[in-house]
Design a protein around this ligand. Structure first.
Ligand SMILES: [Zn+2]
Length: 139
């Protein structure tokens, strides 16, 4: 999934709003019946549930947490089973993966203000994370 929009500085850019909508779509796949999801904007910081119809507005107005690149609170697994399956498909795929992971993060665009606090290891975050990984049978 393309998450480069998170680092777009001009949040009036239509690409930013599109990205926010794609995020909402992704999160909705994980919780189709929920009317509210944890909001990844810089004010809520994945600690507040916000109604789905307000999520895009939050993200555009306040900005998406730039440190939140693995959407583990919204259904993304740290190592997806898809990826593991692809590892068995031979050298070519492994080379591609190596390339993909070898590319350094776009540190030029990292918002120092939020990256320092985005994953601060608070109890609430850890509890949510543990529950998540258990559900997916990774532990
Ligand atoms: Zn929010």
């Amino acid at each position: 999934m393309d998450k480069s929009w998170i680092n777009i500085l001009n949040r009036l850019d239509p690409l930013y709003e599109n990205g926010a909508k794609e995020f909402l779509h992704f999160a909705s796949l994980d919780r189709p019946d929920a009317s509210a999801i944890l909001c990844p904007c810089r004010k809520c910081r994945n600690m507040k549930f916000v109604r789905k119809d307000l999520i895009v507005e939050h993200i555009v107005v306040d900005g998406f947490l730039t440190s939140y690149t693995s959407w583990i609170y919204h259904g993304e697994e740290l190592f997806s089973s898809k990826l593991v399956n692809q590892l068995d498909k031979g050298d070519e795929m492994q080379d591609m993966l190596h390339e993909a992971f070898g590319i350094p993060p776009t540190s030029n665009f990292v918002d120092m203000d939020t990256s320092a606090e985005g994953f601060d290891g608070s109890n609430q975050h850890n509890m949510g994370f543990d529950k998540k990984t258990e559900e997916h049978g990774l532990q």
